[in-house]
Design a protein. Structure first.
Length: 162
């Protein structure tokens, strides 16, 4: 079911133990969008490893296809580790966002299909704003942005070191 306001069909969400509480807040906040939300864990504050959940969300986004309809949201303590791990999955462009501007740029200019936030870095209201901007911003169609994202795909495809 596609949301009438965003065009998003599904959001995959995951965290580590440090991001669990914010993940739960964001999951509830996503109900405002009338999109399907799939929580890929964890389901408690028991200690877990962020790469495990980053990969689950990243792979789910890639498998679902269509970066404009299926997106991911990740939360760890700083947002750094979980975003690095997500970006190791082929086809994922995960942006670590701290505010409205970084969320806007991650989606409009860099075509991010996963967003990461730090549960120990930003508060719930800022995190909700980031998710709001991320879900309601469409990638710009200017050729320069498309070209840059295509270059990222080529780097990934060739496994080049830059």
């Amino acid at each position: 079911m596609e949301s009438a306001t965003t065009g998003i069909e599904k959001v995959f969400i995951g965290a580590d133990h440090a991001g669990y509480e914010l993940k739960e807040i964001l999951k509830k906040h996503l109900e405002n969008y009338k999109v399907a939300v799939e929580d890929l864990g964890p389901y408690s504050t028991d200690k877990v490893d962020y790469p495990d959940y980053a990969v689950k969300v990243a792979q789910a986004v890639v498998k679902a296809g269509d970066d404009n309809k299926n997106l991911g949201v990740l939360v760890c303590g700083s947002g750094i580790g979980i975003s690095i791990a997500a970006n190791k999955v082929k086809g994922v462009r995960c942006g670590l966002c701290h505010d409205h501007y970084t969320a806007l740029m991650s989606r409009s200019k860099d075509y991010c299909n996963v967003v990461a936030v730090g549960g120990r870095v930003i508060g719930p209201e800022v995190a909700k704003q980031i998710v709001d901007v991320y879900l309601t911003t469409k990638p710009e169609t200017d050729e320069s942005y498309k070209r840059r994202v295509e270059k990222l795909a080529e780097i990934e495809k060739e496994n080049l070191k830059v």
